[in-house]
Design a protein around this ligand. Structure first.
Ligand SMILES: [Ca+2]
Ligand SMILES: [Ca+2]
Ligand SMILES: [Ca+2]
Length: 172
């Protein structure tokens, strides 16, 4: 995959971060995602899981802004995302996954309904809340459980997240 092709596919990832679809990524996209996840699983913002999710969402936003908000206006435009983030993502997808770790970990905790870890079904609900269509969410959630133990571990989520940016999927 050449560089232009890679950048074009990374640009497609922009939409998954721009949760409210207003044309730029900002703090509200992350806090909005946290709020929607808590609503989906009937979890309050005040409980430990709810607090961890909001803290993770803020850390994810700060990490994203640190990488991509080149002009420091607290908004990441599509251009900033492509030019500012693309190189960092390509050089170090694991590091990008680290930025996302607290949010992903907290999201999986919210989706964990019996205290034994989130199931693929729970992960599917998370992905749908975050904007994936039903078919994509089901396929991606099933693929997350790489060791097929019926639960989605933190490592499984982080590995998949890094891979999502390292090896962009073909266009639908
Ligand atoms: Ca937005
Ligand atoms: Ca900016
Ligand atoms: Ca597993």
């Amino acid at each position: 995959m050449d560089s232009a092709e890679y950048e074009r596919k990374i640009a497609a990832r922009f939409a998954s971060f721009d949760q409210d679809g207003n044309g730029y990524i900002d703090r509200e996209d992350f806090s909005g995602a946290a709020k929607a996840l808590l609503a989906e699983f009937g979890t309050t913002a005040r409980c430990d899981k709810g607090q961890a999710l909001y803290i993770g969402a803020e850390a994810f936003w700060q990490g994203m802004a640190g990488i991509a908000d080149v002009d420091g206006d607290q908004r990441v435009t599509r251009e900033e995302f492509v030019t500012g983030a693309v190189k960092r993502l390509r050089d170090s997808p694991q590091r990008f996954a680290e930025i996302a770790r607290p949010f992903l970990k907290a999201a999986m905790a919210v989706a964990d309904e019996d205290g034994r870890g989130a199931t693929p079904k729970g992960a599917e609900r998370v992905l749908k809340v975050l904007g994936a269509d039903a078919e994509t969410a089901a396929a991606a959630a099933a693929a997350l459980d790489t060791d097929k133990d019926g639960r989605i571990s933190e490592d499984e989520v982080l590995t998949a997240f890094a891979a999502y940016f390292t090896t962009p999927a073909p266009d639908a």
